[in-house]
Design a protein around this ligand. Structure first.
Ligand code: RIB
Length: 295
């Protein structure tokens, strides 16, 4: 398998499960609470590593127990953590996640993730350029993402942009990315308009891959719009499904699979992940995915 380098966020997720999602001004009694390593960047690095890729994480944590917890977990699944900087006086990023009524809502406080600046990219540029694919998301400063996309594009390194949480993207960002993986809602935001999915993806062959939840995944292969259906599974927690998809897609692309095969594989990994609680804790290993496919 090839090398995946992730430039992105590292959080600790405080996950509350409840039957009911509280409305504004309301207090409800929940069912469980867990502290689970998260952050879109770290999640994608874990997904790629668990599925057999060499995976390197570039990011920042604070000098605190959350930072230790996040790094220990990355190490435990063989993500290379030597490019994670520890910043003083700024805490590790945290996310408050409510899992209720078959969906999640998340508030992220970025903390140290906003210290992932252009100097960090310069410092680790050799590692970035040694990648078979680079993954970026939008939980670190936007200018760092733009800079990374530009660096990769100039040096012919493939780069996958997962535009979450979504903001409108510049033309250059879209051009510099090799793959972009929005969901339906994020597609409208990144393009800055209400879009017809098929019309838009036809403008970006083999580039914009739209995840549609239970409706599957759509992309344009240069000849036709392809819909790859999703799997029917019992949903426990959808947190991190998009991250599992991106990490699995990257690991499969660098493993030499065609985009079509890679999307099918990523879809299967994402389906597996939503049958378990938590982002990183729900991600499959290659063995689990293979066994699951045989059942
Ligand atoms: O995509 C899921 C992730 O979003 C969570 O792990 C949380 O940390 C937020 O970054």
């Amino acid at each position: 398998m090839g090398k995946v380098v992730v430039v992105g966020s590292i959080n600790v997720d405080m996950v509350f499960t409840s039957d009911i999602r509280p409305k504004a001004g309301e207090t409800v009694i929940g069912n469980s609470f867990s502290l689970i390593p998260g952050g879109k960047g770290a999640n994608q690095a874990v997904a790629a590593a668990k599925l057999g890729a060499e995976s390197v994480m570039i990011g920042c944590v604070g000098l605190d127990t959350n930072g230790d917890f996040a790094i220990d977990n990355l190490n435990s699944v063989n993500v290379d953590t030597h490019c994670i900087d520890i910043v003083h006086d700024i805490p590790t990023g945290v996310a408050n996640i409510i899992v209720a009524e078959n969906d999640n809502s998340i508030i992220v406080v970025p903390g140290a993730n906003y210290e992932v600046n252009k100097s960090i990219i310069d410092k680790y540029s050799d590692i970035i350029l040694s990648a078979d694919i680079v993954l970026v998301q939008l939980e670190i400063p936007l200018e760092t993402v733009e800079y990374t996309l530009e660096l990769c594009n100039k040096n012919n390194v493939r780069v996958l942009l997962n535009p979450a949480p979504a903001v409108e993207l510049t033309r250059t960002m879209i051009e510099n990315a090799s793959y972009i993986t929005p969901n339906e809602h994020e597609l409208n935001i990144i393009l800055g308009k209400d879009s017809n999915i098929e019309e838009e993806i036809k403008k970006y062959s083999n580039k914009i891959i739209v995840t549609l939840g239970s409706k599957g995944v759509k992309y344009f292969n240069g000849k036709e719009v392809v819909l790859i259906p999703s799997y029917e599974v019992e949903v426990v927690d959808t947190t991190g499904a998009g991250d599992t998809f991106c990490g699995a897609l990257a690991s499969s692309i660098v493993g030499g699979y065609s985009l079509d095969e890679a999307i099918k594989f990523a879809n299967r990994a994402a389906a597996y992940s939503i049958t378990k609680l938590g982002a990183q804790s729900g991600m499959p290993t290659l063995k689990q995915l293979t066994m699951n496919n045989e059942n």
